[in-house]
Design a protein around this ligand. Structure first.
Ligand code: FPP
Length: 247
C-alpha cells in the first residue's frame, strides 16, 4: 500500500479529490442510545443503519475501498450480552443486505482474525465474501476481531516461520513485502481515516496503513453518520495538502 496512482472520486461541489480508500472508526453508538435513554443495543442497531447508508454512499461517490472498524480485538472485553448483540446485528446485516450489496456491485472483504467468531457466523461471512468476489464496484472491508498490533504480529510470525524454513531471506523484507502480507494486501493505500464521536485516537486501527493517511475527527455520533457527513469529510480531505514526507 505505498502511495500510488490515484483515481479521482467525486466530492461535493463537483470537484474531485484523489481519494481511493477511506477507513472509519465507528464510535458513539452507546452515547447515541444513552442520550435517548435507550439500551446500548438500540445505538448499535442505528449504527448498523449508518453502515448501510455509508456503504451505499461510498459506492455512489466512487470510492474504491471503505474499511469499517466493526469489531476490535479489544471489544471482547465488553459484557457478553453486548458482544452477543453485536454478533446478532452482524448476522442480521449480512442476511438483510447481501442482495443489495451484490446488486450494487459491492465486493465484501474481511480483515482481522474473524475465525475466532462462531462457526455459523464465519460461514455466513465467507459465503458473502465468495458471492461478491467478482463484483467490480466498491470494496467494503469489515474489520472483525481486528487489531493493528495483532495484524503486525501475525505478519512477523509468518515471516519468521518462512525465514526459519529457508523460504524467505530476511534481507528481502521491506515495506512492500510487509504490505503484501498484511490483511489489507491489494487494497489501495489508505487516504483518509475518519473517527466519529469526538474521540481523538486510533484505537489500534490500521496502524501500519495509517502512516500517511489524513486523519479526520468529527463530533457526529456514528448512528447519525450519513452521506452528507461522508461528503463533508471528503471535502475537508480535498482541502488538505498531502506531502508524504516531502516538502
Ligand atoms: C462503537 O460504539 C461501535 C462499535 C463497538 C462497533 C460498531 C458496530 C456497529 C456499527 C453495529 C453493527 C455493525 C455492522 C457491521 C452490522 P460504542 O459502543 O463504543 O459507543 P460509545 O463509545 O458511545 O459507548
Amino acid at each position: 500500500m505505498s502511495p500510488g496512482s490515484a483515481s479521482p472520486a467525486a466530492i461535493p461541489g463537483g470537484g474531485v479529490a484523489c481519494v481511493r480508500h477511506v477507513a472509519i472508526i465507528m464510535d458513539g453508538n452507546g452515547r447515541w442510545a444513552k442520550r435517548r435513554h435507550l439500551p446500548r443495543v438500540a445505538g448499535h442497531r442505528q449504527g448498523m443503519e449508518a453502515v448501510r447508508r455509508t456503504i451505499r454512499a461510498a459506492g455512489e461517490i466512487g470510492l474504491e475501498a471503505l474499511t469499517l472498524y466493526a469489531f476490535s480485538s479489544e471489544n471482547w472485553r465488553r459484557p457478553v450480552d453486548e458482544i452477543n448483540d453485536l454478533m446478532g446485528l452482524l448476522r442480521l446485516y449480512l442476511k438483510r443486505e447481501i442482495d443489495e450489496l451484490d446488486r450494487n456491485g459491492v465486493r465484501l472483504r474481511l480483515i482481522g482474525d474473524y475465525h475466532k467468531f462462531a462457526p455459523d457466523l464465519v460461514e455466513q461471512l465467507e459465503a458473502a465474501v465468495a458471492r461478491t468476489a467478482n463484483n467490480q464496484g466498491l470494496t467494503a472491508v469489515l474489520a472483525l476481531n481486528y487489531g493493528g498490533q495483532d495484524e503486525i504480529v501475525r505478519v512477523a510470525r509468518r515471516m519468521a516461520e518462512a525465514a526459519k524454513a529457508g523460504t524467505l531471506d530476511p534481507a528481502a523484507i521491506d515495506i512492500d513485502l510487509i504490505d503484501d502480507h498484511l490483511d489489507t494486501a491489494g487494497l489501495p493505500p489508505l487516504d483518509l481515516m475518519i473517527r466519529t464521536s469526538g474521540e481523538v485516537r486510533l484505537s489500534n486501527f490500521l496502524l501500519w496503513q495509517a502512516a500517511y493517511a489524513e486523519l479526520l475527527f468529527t463530533d457526529t455520533l456514528w448512528p447519525d453518520f450519513d452521506r452528507a457527513a461522508l461528503e463533508d469529510a471528503l471535502a475537508a480531505f480535498g482541502a488538505r495538502e498531502r506531502r508524504f514526507g516531502g516538502r
